[in-house]
Structures are given as structure tokens and as C-alpha cells.
Design a binder for this molecule. Structure first.
Ligand code: NAP
Length: 561
């Protein structure tokens, strides 16, 4: 048996191939295993966990409350697992996912170190033909892409990156063995959510930390804490209530927007709310705020100034504080990084902030970095430079649909999908958390469970009727894409230069000026209402057919007992 292959890996045909063994892939294979479907999971990583397998940088942790992040499908699991912290850290999150996979015996369906390099739809057989990095070719009637939204990391395009004599890595590829930071001179490039977590964590461990900031980001305190046995017992007793609250909140969190109108209350009342939310754990400051913050320039500006004043209070050097205050976008129009000791890090003598909007990085040198102003020497350079978000992981696979159309070409300017889960001309390709779905803008696992359940119900519907092909119509896809685009029109988010609008200076074609409206902003309840209606109406908007020969149809989909 080759490395990473189990007995399950000896086959060449499956009814369903799931790509990705992260949170979505784990839940998808659980649903398929429960139905007795012949399915496997392929992942390019050496083990399961997806985002929690790869991101091992110091400070990496949830920004969702742990107990709203975990899977909700098993009461037994909910009763067994003890979340140790309100916002659990990466090692614990990876332990959790392994625990789930082992508990439900899911590992036997998984094949690791298996990168899907290319896949092509065979129109005569209604099945996908996949080229795997181990040289094998596999076929499957359905492919579920559970490949994540932030799984294609991007590096700056800087001259001399290979010349650096020290260690350098993108945060996504933080080494698995411990990295010695004590006494080291470290550079962090970027000030997104990832950098903000690292900086707060390592500032007091390294000898010198220099942060290279191009554009500042708004952030708010995480306010993390331990969860005692007694608190966990209380959470367990309230799980039904907690998940019910997540279902009706737009973001899929416990935090629900303040229903009062921003202008209906006095400024004193607004300040009272903000003072309370700033000191509370998690995304309340963003999601339990007035709804106008997301849509009304003046409301957003008033609140942004409130947060700016918090920065001025926490950062001692006035010039540094001003450099850390964003001017090009208001609070909350991009996903808000939650921090621990981030702003206080800049009060330390060993932490330095370099504003590279004024003195750009010119190149990487053998010893460090050269900006327009001077040379810096480092032992370690950390690239916290983000991802080719949402579509990047799709673009890195060579996916060919009907009539030889490439998905990359179809989505070159912007993705178009039906419900964020299927795309016309690429039949039987399911994306439970695809571009234009609600997942990116919500508490991710809550979105995952919605998407996986919907996709699994569609598969079940087809198997029950002997159907072999599902393809959305061009018209239904155009309607959905227009709806997704329209939702941006009312949100200030449309103006942000962040990954919600597909901005990434490191990816050709994704630079400023070409917004890609590719997340659904209508919120969880609305999204779930729409996708459930589509299912209740016999999958209106999809053409379901059975063109394949009967022997390759549903009859052979069940695993023999
Ligand atoms: P990001 O938000 O896209 O931030 C990337 C940072 O790198 C930005 O500050 C960007 O500056 C900078 N950058 C990129 N290319 C650069 C270049 N060539 N030169 C200089 N600076 C450059 O990426 P991220 O921080 O990895 O976060 C992405 C998302 O991951 C988050 O929004 C969040 O959804 C998720 N995340 C979640 C958690 C959690 O708490 N669970 C933690 C980390 C990340 P510009 O702004 O100027 O482009």
C-alpha cells in the first residue's frame, strides 16, 4: 500500500468523491457514510483538518465562540467534548476534528497526500474523471468540493525573496516543528486578522519585532477566557438554545443585531452600547451593533471614530496610534480581526511599526528587507499576506465541464453560481461552501452544515429517482448572481479593498478596481430560506436528468453491506 493510501484507496470508482478533509469534508463524509454511499475523501495534506491542519502560527485561534463553532449534528459529541477556552486555539481545534473523525470512524474513507490536479466531466457517462497527484485516475458520478475559502495562500511579488539567508514562511505554512523565537529579530508583513493574532502573541517573546503595514485594519478585543467544568456543563445544557440562536442571527453567531435604530437613540445610549460591546467577548462589537453601521456612511463614520479613540487610548505613542487607524474604510466593512494584546504590543520598546504606504518594501535582501528608507536585518520573515480568497482554490485545479469549458475561464472576471453551490455547465459538481454562498460571511461551520445538508439532500433526491445529472440552468444562475451583486449595493462592504470583494494585490487580475462580488450578504436565515424553498419546489432552477447508462446509475451507489 502506498503512503497515505488505505484499503479504501485501492478503488478507482466512487459514487461521490469529496475533495478536502477540513471541517466541511469531515461533515460531508459523515453524511454520506450514514447513507451507506460509496464515497471517499481526497486531501493534498498529510492529514485531516484543512484550515486547522495548515495554520499553525502562534496565536492562531477561533474568532467564533468555540461552542458555536463545533459540529451540531451529534448530541453525544456535544455532550462529550469540553471546549477549554471560549475561543479555542489551533492545536485544540485540530484535536477536536481528529476526535470527531475517530469517534465516527471517518478516517477510513480518507486518502491523504492526494492532490486533485485536474477533473473533467464525461458527458456520455455523467461522471467526473479526476487526475490525482499520485498518478491515478479516478471516476465518480458526483464531486463535492470542500476546499475552503481561504486555502490558497498568496505571497507578495517581491524581488529577492529567494536570496534571504534566514527563515521565511507564509503563515499558512508555519512549520510544524516549534520555531525558536527567543532572541530572534522577526519581521511580519501584513496587518490582517492573521498578523494581528501573531503580533499580539509573539511581541514579548522575540528580541525585535518589526511590523510592515501597508493599510491598517480595524480590530477589536477578543476578550478570551477559560471555560470551567461548570461553565461547560451550562453550555451543554443550553446547546439547543445556542444553535437555535445561531440559526436566526444573520451571521450564524449568538450575536444578534441591536434592533433599535441608530438614529432613534441618543448618542449617550449609543456610547453605552459600544462601551459594553467593546468589553464583551467576540464579534458582538461588530454583529450585535446597530445595523446602520453596515449601510449608512454617517453611522459607520461615528462608530469608526469611537474605535479610533479606543486605539488612541491603548497605544501610547500618538504617531503610532494614528498610523494604526484606517482612513480608507470604516469599521466592519471587512471581516473584523479580533485581537489579544495587539495594540499594547506597539507600546513595547522591541516592537516597531513601519508604514510601507510611505516607505514601500523595495526588495528582500540576503539579510532582511530593504524599504525606500533603509535596510533591515532579520532572522525570520513572516508573510502574513493573506489568500487568493474564495475562488483561489478552484482556480488552482484544472476543472473542465461541458463542451470543454474551463471553470477558471468561466470565473475569470467573477464567479457565477446557483445558490453558491452549483455552476452551469459543470454538472454534478457540488460546492457546499462555494463562491456566492453565505458561508464566508457567517460563522463558518454553521454555513458548512447548511451547505452540506442541502447538497446531501439533493443527492438523496437524485438517488431515489435514478437521476444521474444535476446542472443549474443559465437563467437560474444569472438570477442568483444578480441577487448576490444587488446585496452588495446596500452594504458599505462594496467599497472595501479586502478579500470579501476579491481584492488581492498579489494575484494578477485581482488588483484594485475589479471588484468580484462573491459572497452572499443576505445573512443566514434568508439564505437558508431560499435554498430550502428551491429544494421544496423539486430543485427548481436545476435540470435533473438521467442520461447515463443504468448500470452506472444509482443502483451501484450503495456500498454492499
Ligand atoms: P488578509 O486579511 O487578506 O490580510 C493580508 C495582509 O497582508 C493585509 O494587511 C495586506 O495589506 C497585507 N499584504 C498583502 N500583500 C501584501 C504585499 N504585497 N505587501 C505588503 N502587505 C501585503 O489575510 P489574513 O490576515 O490571513 O486574514 C484573512 C481572513 O482569514 C480573515 O479575514 C479571517 O476571515 C480569516 N482569519 C480568521 C482568523 C480567526 O480568528 N479565526 C484568524 C486569521 C484569519 P493590504 O490591506 O494593504 O492589502
Amino acid at each position: 500500500m502506498t503512503e497515505g493510501t488505505n484499503s479504501h484507496g485501492a478503488k478507482s470508482h466512487y459514487e461521490v468523491i469529496v475533495v478536502g478533509a477540513g471541517v466541511a469534508g469531515i461533515y460531508q463524509i459523515k453524511r454520506l457514510a450514514d447513507l451507506g454511499i460509496d464515497a471517499t475523501v481526497l486531501d493534498s495534506a498529510p492529514d485531516l483538518g484543512g484550515t486547522w491542519y495548515w495554520n499553525r502560527y502562534p496565536g492562531c485561534r477561533f474568532d467564533s465562540e468555540s461552542y458555536t463553532y463545533g459540529f451540531s449534528f451529534s448530541k453525544e459529541l456535544l455532550n462529550e467534548w469540553h471546549w477549554k477556552e471560549r475561543f479555542s486555539s489551533q492545536p485544540e481545534n485540530l484535536r477536536y476534528l481528529n476526535y470527531v473523525a475517530d469517534k465516527f470512524d471517518l478516517r477510513k474513507y480518507m486518502q491523504f497526500n492526494r492532490n486533485v490536479e485536474a477533473m473533467q466531466f464525461d458527458e456520455t457517462r455523467d461522471e467526473w474523471r479526476l487526475k490525482i497527484s499520485d498518478g491515478r485516475e479516478l471516476t465518480s458520478r458526483f464531486v463535492v468540493l470542500a476546499i475552503g475559502l481561504l486555502s490558497a495562500p498568496t505571497l507578495p511579488r517581491l524581488e529577492g525573496m529567494d536570496d534571504f539567508g534566514g527563515r521565511s514562511f507564509h503563515t499558512y505554512y508555519w512549520p510544524h516543528e516549534p520555531v525558536e523565537l527567543t532572541g530572534k529579530k522577526v519581521a511580519v508583513i501584513g496587518t490582517g486578522a492573521t498578523a494581528i493574532q501573531i503580533i499580539g502573541e509573539i511581541a514579548d517573546k522575540v528580541s525585535e519585532l518589526t511590523v510592515f503595514q501597508r493599510r491598517p485594519n480595524w480590530s477589536a478585543p477578543l476578550n478570551n477566557s477559560r471555560i470551567s467544568e461548570a461553565e461547560m456543563a451550562d453550555i451543554r445544557a443550553r446547546y439547543d438554545e445556542i444553535f437555535a440562536a445561531c440559526k436566526v442571527s444573520p451571521g450564524g453567531f449568538e450575536h444578534a443585531p441591536d434592533r433599535r435604530g441608530f438614529y432613534e437613540v441618543t448618542r449617550e445610549e449609543r456610547l453605552k452600547l459600544w462601551d459594553r460591546l467593546y468589553d464583551e467577548p467576540g464579534f458582538g462589537i461588530w454583529l450585535a451593533n446597530f445595523r446602520e453601521i453596515f449601510m449608512d456612511e454617517a453611522a459607520n463614520a461615528e462608530f469608526s471614530e469611537y474605535i479610533a479613540n479606543r486605539i488612541r487610548r491603548r497605544v501610547k505613542d500618538p504617531q503610532t496610534a494614528e498610523t494604526l487607524i484606517p482612513r480608507d474604510h470604516g469599521f466592519g466593512v471587512q471581516r473584523v480581526p479580533l485581537e489579544t494584546n495587539y495594540l499594547e504590543a506597539y507600546n513595547r520598546d522591541n516592537v516597531h511599526l513601519v508604514d510601507i504606504s510611505k516607505t514601500p518594501i523595495e526588495r528582500v535582501t540576503e539579510k532582511g528587507l530593504r524599504t525606500a528608507a533603509r535596510d533591515y536585518e532579520f532572522d525570520i520573515i513572516v508573510y502574513a499576506t493573506g489568500f487568493d480568497a474564495i475562488t483561489g482554490a478552484y482556480d488552482r485545479m484544472d476543472i473542465t465541464g461541458i463542451d470543454g469549458e474551463k471553470l477558471y475561464d468561466k470565473w475569470k472576471d467573477a464567479p457565477s453560481t446557483f445558490l453558491g453551490m452549483l455552476t452551469h455547465g459543470f454538472p454534478n459538481l457540488l460546492m457546499p461552501t462555494g463562491p456566492q454562498s453565505a458561508s464566508a460571511t457567517t460563522n463558518f461551520p454553521r454555513g458548512i452544515e447548511n451547505g452540506v445538508n442541502w447538497c446531501t439532500d439533493l443527492l438523496q433526491y437524485m438517488w431515489d429517482r435514478g437521476l444521474t445529472r444535476a446542472d443549474p440552468t443559465r437563467e437560474s444562475e444569472e438570477r442568483w448572481t444578480a441577487h448576490v451583486t444587488k446585496m452588495y449595493e446596500i452594504m458599505l462592504m462594496r467599497k472595501a479593498k479586502g478579500w470579501f470583494t476579491g481584492y488581492n494585490s498579489n494575484v494578477p487580475g485581482h488588483e484594485e478596481g475589479r471588484p468580484r462580488y462573491f459572497v452572499y450578504n443576505g445573512g443566514t436565515p434568508k439564505y437558508v430560506g431560499i435554498i430550502n424553498d428551491v429544494a421544496a419546489n423539486g430543485y427548481e432552477g436545476l435540470v435533473l436528468s438521467s442520461q447515463a447508462r443504468p448500470e452506472s446509475g444509482a443502483a451501484r451507489s450503495r456500498v454492499s453491506a
